[in-house]
Design a protein around this ligand. Structure first.
Ligand code: CDP
Length: 227
């Protein structure tokens, strides 16, 4: 930990739609750190595979794709609700990675050892530079176990589905709560039962249960942990 006691590498993990990106982005802004949402890398590979007609069950093909694709995650260039830009071969695919089809397939792709190995190496390189808030499923456990501060953000599936529903409606989209809930539960199931880097809180993580908390309250708690 640096001399002034502010943690330099901050890892935030947790299940789908637990508010990691919202809190991570605010924390990064408050500290002047880089915000890095690792989920977008798994989403980018999934979107690319679907786009190219590659079967998401083809582990070898997905691994090859993850190994050769250059994914760039950059600070948001537009104020359209995005937390960051996602670029593949120079093309802005930020909103494509949020499509329903990507949501439904990303956990299958993220369970592949080769895909994880390719992407987490890139994540680790960026994280080790410090002054970073990195968000995902396995940051505190696998990608950056040396992180100075680890937060595990949790909430019930119902609350998380409700938040995701509101988020889509606020953007003027169409959404079905029951369908979102079903997908959130299914993604959590795959993410927490996979063999490689399953979703779980690191032993030294601070768990924040956000069910009864507003986004502001979660942010204040997270910020207090950085002081
Ligand atoms: O934002 P949301 O919580 O819906 O998901 P995300 O963070 O964008 O992650 C999408 C998917 O990528 C997750 O459901 C995981 O399957 C996978 N993922 C992962 O395996 N490891 C990470 N470090 C980040 C995401």
């Amino acid at each position: 930990m640096p001399v002034n006691n502010t943690p330099s590498i901050i890892a935030i993990d947790g299940p789908a739609a637990s508010g990691k990106s919202t809190i991570g982005l605010r924390l990064a802004k408050a500290l002047g750190y880089l915000f890095f949402d690792t989920g977008v890398m798994y989403r980018a590979i999934t979107w690319l595979a679907l786009q190219r007609g590659i079967d998401v069950r083809d582990e070898a093909a997905l691994t090859a794709l993850a190994e050769k694709t250059q994914i760039d995650v950059a600070p948001a260039s537009k104020s359209d609700g995005r937390a960051c830009d996602v670029l593949v071969d120079g093309q802005d695919i930020t909103w494509e990675t949020r499509r329903r089809k990507v949501d439904a397939n990303v956990s299958i792709v993220a369970a592949y050892r080769g895909v994880r190995s390719a992407l987490s190496q890139q994540q680790r390189r960026i994280g080790q530079r410090g002054h970073v808030v990195m968000v995902g499923r396995d940051i505190g456990t696998v990608v950056l176990p040396e992180a100075d501060l680890k937060i595990y953000l949790d909430a019930t599936a119902e609350e998380r589905a409700r938040r995701r529903y509101d988020e889509i409606m606020d953007r003027g989209g169409k959404a079905n709560y029951d369908e979102i809930l079903e997908r959130v539960i299914e993604r959590d199931r795959i993410d927490s039962t996979r063999d490689v880097a399953p979703l779980k809180a690191a032993e030294d993580a601070v768990v924040i249960d956000s069910d009864q908390l507003t986004a502001d309250e979660v942010f204040e708690r997270a910020l207090a942990l950085c002081k």
